[in-house]
Each structure stands twice: as structure tokens, then as C-alpha cells.
Design a protein. Structure first.
Length: 230
């Protein structure tokens, strides 16, 4: 029998820092499990949580807030998957499409631009849409967040928190520091947070903002953790 290189059981339930997550992501990418695939899996599994929560999804008004980073990229994937379930979600991109930061997020945005089943609206029209929303997906900021929340993200977070919709945060409630659980400025108050690969160390310390935390695998090979957790 081939002896395993390391004992996976030792690190399966580990909580990790943002820095560790970034290094694991980079290792996975270097192994050929590209970021785009991680993003696809992250968006797909997040969609499953919405579908499980709302089996009558087609009739629901779902609004998806997306930032310009990869958290927003995950949110674009959620929009596409929701559309495949028969829903017509609305996506509010908080910035100009030319400012989307990564190639993987940009390519997912470009797909949405070709889809009539997804409504793309401007941040300036967010207020009315949010007041009618039954479900809000928060893909504004994830592990790349730092410092005071700038506009238009800040107003979007206020708008989300004023809403009575069911709120799902992608990876991290936008504005929460995933390493400490602290909110330095403001933060989305989520009903559920779907976080990827492993629990981020600060999140269980602030369940009040995270809501129910679900840790979901997104296909990153465990070998990507070698030299970081193992
Ligand atoms: N780490 C991983 O393995 C994976 C990460 N993914 C997603 O990628 C996210 C991280 O992506 P990014 O590194 O692009 O980070 P974010 O999507 O959190 O965005 C960071 C960007 O937002 C802006 N920003 C940062 N702080 C701000 C503030 N206070 N006010 C206004 N703007 C601010 C900056 O321009 C920064 O470039 C994760 O949370 C997750 O959702 C997934 O795609 C799957 C894989
Ligand atoms: K988020």
C-alpha cells in the first residue's frame, strides 16, 4: 500500500488566516487547478445553498451585489447558476465593468452581458430594487478587504442592512475582517455566510454578523496545503 504523504485528518477542520488561504490558492493555481475553476465551484456551491433555502426559487426576487474583486467574480457565477435554475436575478455591479480586477472575474461578467435571463443594473438604481428583493447575495468584498469601506461599497452595505431580505454573504460578510472577526467600519449582517475551502479564523468569533457559517470545498487539492498547513 502506498503510504500517504501526510495525514489529511489533522488539518481537515483547521481554521486559517487570509494569508494562508491566499498561499493555498496560489499553490492550487500553480498545480493547474486554476483560479477560474475555484471561482466556478465557489459560485456553484453558493447557489446550491440558495436553492436549498428556497425550493420555489423561480418566483423569488434575488438581487446580487458584486464588487470589482474576485468576491464579485464569485457573485457573477452565482447569477449565472441561478439563471440556469430558472430564476431571473438582478446583478448590481458596484463600479465600471472596465475596472473589474481579474481576468477570471471579467470573463464571468462578459458572460452575464450576453444573458437576457440576468438583469444588469447600475448602482444608482439599487435602492428601488433592494426594497423589492426577497434574497440578497453579498459579493461586495471578501478576503481582499482592508481599511475603511469606500464608496460605492459603503452605501451598498447600508442599503443591504436596511433590507428585510434573506441575506447570503459570499465567503465573508463584506466589511468583516476574516482574521479577527472585527468590524472596523461597517459590515453586511448576513443570515448565512458560505465560506470557501476552510473556516477563516476570525469568522466564528463574530457569528452575529456572519449568521450561519457553511464551509464549502471548492476543489482545491489538499496537496496545495503542503508547506502552509502541513
Ligand atoms: N482564495 C481563494 O482560494 C478563492 C477566492 N475566491 C474569492 O475571491 C475573494 C478574494 O478576492 P480579491 O482578493 O479580489 O478580494 P475582494 O474581492 O475582497 O476585493 C478586493 C478589492 O476590493 C477593493 N477594496 C479593498 N478594501 C476595500 C475597502 N475597504 N473599500 C472599498 N474597496 C475595497 C480593493 O480594490 C481590492 O482590490 C474571496 O473572498 C473569494 O470570494 C474565489 O473566487 C474562490 C477561490
Ligand atoms: K462578501
Amino acid at each position: 500500500m502506498v503510504k500517504p504523504l501526510f495525514d489529511m485528518k489533522l488539518c481537515i477542520d483547521m481554521e486559517i488566516t487570509v494569508k494562508q488561504m491566499m498561499r493555498i490558492e496560489e499553490n492550487g493555481h500553480q498545480m493547474g487547478f486554476f483560479r477560474k475553476l475555484m471561482m466556478e465551484n465557489a459560485g456553484a456551491i453558493t447557489t446550491r445553498h440558495i436553492v436549498e433555502h428556497y425550493p420555489d426559487l423561480i418566483s423569488k426576487k434575488i438581487t446580487i451585489f458584486a464588487g470589482l474583486g474576485n468576491n464579485g467574480g464569485d457573485a457573477f457565477v452565482v447569477a449565472r447558476h441561478l439563471a440556469a435554475f430558472g430564476c431571473n436575478p438582478t446583478v448590481i455591479l458596484l463600479g465600471h465593468p472596465d475596472k473589474i480586477k481579474s481576468e477570471e472575474a471579467r470573463s464571468n461578467w462578459k458572460i452575464l452581458e450576453k444573458m437576457n435571463s440576468v438583469n444588469l443594473i447600475l448602482a444608482s438604481d439599487a435602492s428601488k430594487i433592494v426594497s423589492e428583493s426577497e434574497v440578497i447575495v453579498d459579493g461586495i468584498l471578501g478576503t481582499g478587504m482592508s481599511g475603511k469601506i469606500r464608496e460605492p461599497y459603503s452605501s451598498a452595505i447600508d442599503l443591504i442592512n436596511q433590507s428585510h431580505a434573506f441575506k447570503l454573504s459570499v465567503d465573508v460578510p463584506s466589511g468583516l475582517d476574516p482574521d479577527t472577526g472585527m468590524v472596523h467600519d461597517k459590515c453586511v449582517k448576513a443570515d448565512i455566510t458560505v465560506t470557501f475551502h476552510k473556516m477563516k479564523i476570525g469568522m466564528p468569533k463574530n457569528q452575529n454578523m456572519c449568521g450561519k457559517i457553511m464551509v464549502e470545498k471548492i476543489g482545491i487539492p489538499p496537496e496545495a496545503e503542503i508547506g502552509i498547513l502541513i
